[in-house]
Design a protein around this ligand. Structure first.
Ligand code: ATP
Ligand code: MG
Length: 137
């Protein structure tokens, strides 16, 4: 069993597609082990995406991530990190495979509906960033 971190980003929360996105996880055997709706602070968004701080889109990405509430979740299942990335689709929704979450719910390469951890090591760090052990059930 693996755990991975998923974030429903401000665009998808504003569009009221939280339920439709969660349905994709549950119907693909990814269990919701933890979940909360939060408003990220600027510092939290900068820290979370610190790996991208030298990229030209960093400031816009941070502004987008704090533009409204997000839903953070721990997903659990066999091969959860890779399977979640498959369900998400490519970063740019125009390149995302048909039937993926980003193809169906994302607007643009920036407002792309969801985040998912890209490795088991990053998943562990990202889960600890948002959740205490006793909040993961
Ligand atoms: P995420 O980390 O959010 O799951 P990802 O792993 O598919 O997405 P990354 O390369 O880690 O993609 O980029 C992080 C986020 O930065 C993207 O999801 C997107 O919101 C934004 N981003 C990436 N590339 C660009 C770009 N060229 N222009 C604008 N925003 C971008
Ligand atoms: Mg990424």
């Amino acid at each position: 069993m693996e755990q991975t971190l998923s974030i429903i980003k401000p665009d998808a929360v504003a569009n009221q597609t939280i339920g439709k996105i969660i349905e994709r996880f549950e119907s693909n055997h990814l269990r919701i082990a933890a979940m909360k709706k939060i408003q990220l602070s600027q510092t939290q968004a900068q820290d979370f995406y610190a790996i991208h701080k030298e990229r030209p889109f960093f400031n816009d990405l941070v502004q987008f991530m704090i533009s409204g509430p997000v839903v953070v979740m721990v997903l659990e299942g066999d091969n959860a990190v890779a399977r979640n990335r498959d369900l998400m689709g490519a970063t740019n929704p125009k390149e995302a495979e048909k039937g993926t979450i980003r193809a169906d719910f994302a607007q643009s390469i920036e407002a792309n509906a969801i985040h998912g951890s890209d490795s088991l090591e990053n998943a562990k760090n990202e889960i600890a960033f948002f959740f205490k052990a006793e909040e993961i059930l």
